[in-house]
Design a protein around this ligand. Sequence first.
Ligand SMILES: [Zn+2]
Length: 256
Amino acid sequence: MPVDPFFAVAAAVLGLCFGSFLTVCILRLPGEQSLLRPPSTCPSCKKPIAWRDNIPVVSWLLLRGKCRNCGNPISVQYPVIEALVGLLWVAAYLHWGVSVHALAGALFGTILLGIGITDARHYLIPDEYNWAGLAIGLAASLTGGWQGFLQALIGAAAGFALLYAVGAGGRWLFREEAMGGGDIKMMAMVGSFVGWKGVLLTIFAGALLGTLIFVPLSLKKKRLVPFGVFLAVGAAVTFVWGDAIIEWYRRFLNGG
Ligand SMILES: [Zn+2]
């Protein structure tokens, strides 16, 4: 596919804007604060940040990571998250061209990043990510007609039911809460993007990653498992390579 510089730049600018919005979501959703009011303020002096000091990545670099008013540092996390989302949107354009699928993939990736960071920090997955994602997943599926919409609905139901069952099984086995409600709703959202086979692959990949990465870490120090982080990585892998992996597995089962 030929790369059109106009669309590549447009994807980067859109991604940076969504990245900027995501930093607000990451900061405010865990405390159930409004996303719109008040406007962004300096974390130190609480002075509102002017629009020219709030341009994604650029303002932070120009101000060398300091508030214009009080000179206290502003976390490097903001430009890093903004740049990551910008790159994600450019990657979606390069991979899928100008399409609904590229837009859905970019939004899905942005939401998964928000979920992953929030779950790692606070062990919770705000509902706003799940509902917004579910709405986007279902809407994007309409490009496949009613058949596509039905697949997305089945995927969402499968994600919900499977994680609900895992949670209920965990409660019964370990007599403690194994799965937060956020994980269950998250997998319904993921299912609307990747379908029921994708749900299975996401849970498998998430459990595998969680076991490989987190169990060795948590043996030293007992802590909660932010399962949403691993599900988010699994869901992203599934969205991009899921069909190829499932096809490979099908051939593997059929003996080559
Ligand atoms: Zn300040």
